[in-house]
Write a new protein. Sequence first.
Length: 195
Amino acid sequence: MFSQWEYWAQPVPNFGEINARLVIVGLAPAAHGANRTGRMFTGDQSGVWLYRALHRAGFANQANSESRADGLELFNALITAVCHCAPPDNKPTLEEIDHCRPFLRETIEQAKNRKVILALGGIAWNALSRELIALGELESPRVKFSHGRIVKLKSNGWLIGSYHPSQQNTFTGRLTEQAFDEIFKISRNLIDEVS
């Protein structure tokens, strides 16, 4: 299926604007998605869900993401991940998460205009919580992850949790498009409130 592709197979960079008000944090590049295409959430089913939702919420100029040359642009949004290399079995080890921790921290620190940080899944939530506590943005102990959880940050911003748009969650109905759209509607409203 992917034989016509020359794989990127490098650490996948952030995608979007560093001065964005919405920062989306995923887990890691999918082996045949971002690892193949070189762009976050591009070329796999998770990306299909994410970019459709971003487009409907006005954060993207189009609803599809096929390759780095497809014309997709984000508006006021930045996509990053806990890990930037494709992990074995699509689930990073604690060692990989720790290894990539400085990159996540650097992204959070550089995204100075952020008003909403959206964690896609429990691993992203936990990694973000750890960094936000270390940066003095969040009280310790960590608040437990749940879909739709909203936590106020000390910087007048928000941390929001959402189920990851993985096939495991979308095929089972754990995450529906309506529920995912609601997360982006909440994000948009919070950004507009504090802008």
